[in-house]
Design a protein around this ligand. Structure first.
Ligand SMILES: NC(=O)c1ccc[n+]([C@@H]2O[C@H](COP(=O)([O-])OP(=O)(O)OC[C@H]3O[C@@H](n4cnc5c(N)ncnc54)[C@H](OP(=O)(O)O)[C@@H]3O)[C@@H](O)[C@H]2O)c1
Length: 466
């Protein structure tokens, strides 16, 4: 057995071409597999800049010239490599996309696509047989092509393809029609067309839910999911997406996308080496790599300064999304009290109307240019009543910090911005109301110097009203 850590002229080389490739888990996954089997092989990231004229062809041909054994191909080059190959396997022809190139013994180049069989292999590894199933596929991008092709090959009964752009879904269907066999396919719009669809398996192929947009989901909160249904999310970073949590909340079975990533890699590994892939070794390496990435990004975040600025009309979307994130968080913590967010909870149109009002003040907190929290207040004096004087105050309606950025000083920075604003305006009081059960919020405001002057109270009556 060779010393796998020593790179020599005999070391066999594979890699990943794409742009960017620095965040890929494939090098960790494949190198762990080579080490486990004692193979003198290495897998390296190979960034190929799409802006460089002729770069994709040079990279593919260079592989043969340099005696490499093959590469994986990722975005944006999955289609661009096609003209430079000598042979294209049926799956890659159908999908018009290649994710694996094999340099054959005679130096010729074969293009294959292991995404579709990787997805089916992972479903089966979870004990799910797609044959005869009614499947709802969300999204119509590159990955949806692989999923629809794979499901048709595995004889799914019916596929509903739902995409934001229905034209793109129609193009996907037209391209794959010759490969559908007995599987019937219809297209609809996402999310409006989802209401009346019966599905055994729901597969998310949109990028919604993927880091850094962990608070988004393709599934409208007001729509039910059912026990007995399977929700499969191709997104694997984060491992537990909002869609998977929605599925579990309704009793459905939830499966994340890491398994598909591992199986597509395992199938490429087998094509290059001719040996069975050590799938569990690859899984541990991929999981470890993703864990390290989350820890590193947490550290980077902690080192970056929090920037607080006045929000503008262009921040309407960011504010609406931050509001949904916190609403979803509350709904999970207090399901009998808070509704799940919907498109109507705090939509961008209402945010814009509020931002346009002269008495409104909204501060946005950002880290590294990403919005992570906001404070929305207004400076109208409270009305005088028969019992109280008018209260000159800055009334804080919302203060919202993304759940994974809490306890990092963002809330304090927003309150400090509101205090400075109030001082400049000659306003002496900051006020708000807080739910009594929200102990964490009460502790936070007390730590900022607030005193409690107003509390909501209620009495729960048991029994049934007659
Ligand atoms: N587990 C795995 O092995 C694996 C493999 C491949 C991909 N993936 C993951 O799958 C996801 C999709 O990848 P892809 O290559 O298919 O991407 P893609 O080709 O860019 O397609 C993106 C899809 O997401 C939809 N979308 C994006 N933003 C949306 C929004 N705000 N509202 C509604 N729909 C939205 C797009 O709809 P429009 O057409 O309307 O723009 C399109 O259908 C990514 O998260 C990727 O990481 C996982």
């Amino acid at each position: 057995m060779s010393d796998v850590h020593t790179i020599s002229a005999k070391t066999l080389l594979v890699g990943l071409i794409g742009w960017p490739v620095s965040h890929s888990v494939s090098p960790a996954m494949h190198n762990a597999a080579f080490d486990a089997l004692g193979l003198d092989w290495r897998y390296v990231p190979l960034p190929v800049d799409p802006a460089l004229p002729g770069a994709v062809g040079d990279a593919v041909r260079g592989m043969r010239a340099m005696g490499m054994c093959g590469v994986n191909v990722t975005v944006p080059h999955k289609q661009a490599v096609l003209p430079f190959l000598d042979r294209i396997e049926a799956a890659a022809q159908a999908m018009r996309a290649v994710n694996t190139i094999i340099v054959e013994a005679d130096g010729s180049l074969t293009g294959d696509n292991t995404d579709a069989p990787g997805f089916i292999a992972d479903l089966r590894a979870h004990g799910v047989e797609p044959s005869g199933q009614r499947v709802l596929v969300l999204g119509a991008g590159g990955s949806a092509r692989a999923i629809v092709y794979g499901l048709a090959q595995a004889r799914a009964r019916h596929i509903t393809l739902a995409n934001r752009s229905i034209e793109r879904a129609g193009r996907l269907l037209d391209d794959l029609r010759p490969f559908l066999g007995a599987t019937t396919v219809e297209v609809t719009t996402l999310p409006d067309g989802l209401r009346a669809i019966e599905a055994d398996l729901i597969v998310n192929c949109t990028s919604l839910g993927m880091t850094p947009h962990q608070d988004t989901t393709p599934w409208p909160h007001e729509l039910p999911l059912h026990p007995g249904q399977i929700v499969y999310d191709l997104v694997y970073n984060p491992a537990d997406t909002l869609l998977l949590r929605q599925g579990r909340q309704h009793g459905a079975r939830a499966i994340g996308g890491l398994g598909m990533l591992i199986w597509q890699g395992a199938l490429a590994f087998e094509r290059w080496t001719g040996q069975p892939a050590p799938v569990e070794v690859m899984r541990s390496a991929a999981e470890e790599c993703l864990r390290r990435r989350v820890a590193d990004s947490g550290q980077q975040r902690a080192q970056q300064p929090i920037n607080v600025r006045y929000a503008t009309l262009d921040d309407d979307d960011a504010i609406s999304q931050l509001h949904s994130a916190l609403q979803a968080y509350h709904a999970e913590a207090h399901p009998s009290f808070f509704k799940q967010p919907s498109a109507y909870t705090f939509p961008p149109t209402i945010v814009r109307d509020l931002l346009a009002k002269p008495s409104t003040v909204v501060f946005l907190a950002e880290i590294g240019g990403t919005a992570i929290g906001y404070l929305y207040a207004d400076a109208m004096p409270a009305q005088e009543t028969t019992m109280t004087f008018p209260l000159e105050r800055l009334w804080i309606h919302h203060i919202i910090v993304k759940p994974d950025f809490q306890r990092q000083g963002v809330g304090r920075a927003l309150i400090e911005a509101a205090k400075s604003y109030a001082r400049r305006q000659g306003i002496k009081t900051l006020a708000l109301s807080v739910w009594a059960f929200n102990r964490a919020a009460i502790r936070f405001f007390e730590a900022q110097g607030f005193v409690i002057y107003n509390h909501r109270m209620w009495l729960q009556l048991g029994g049934v009203a007659v």
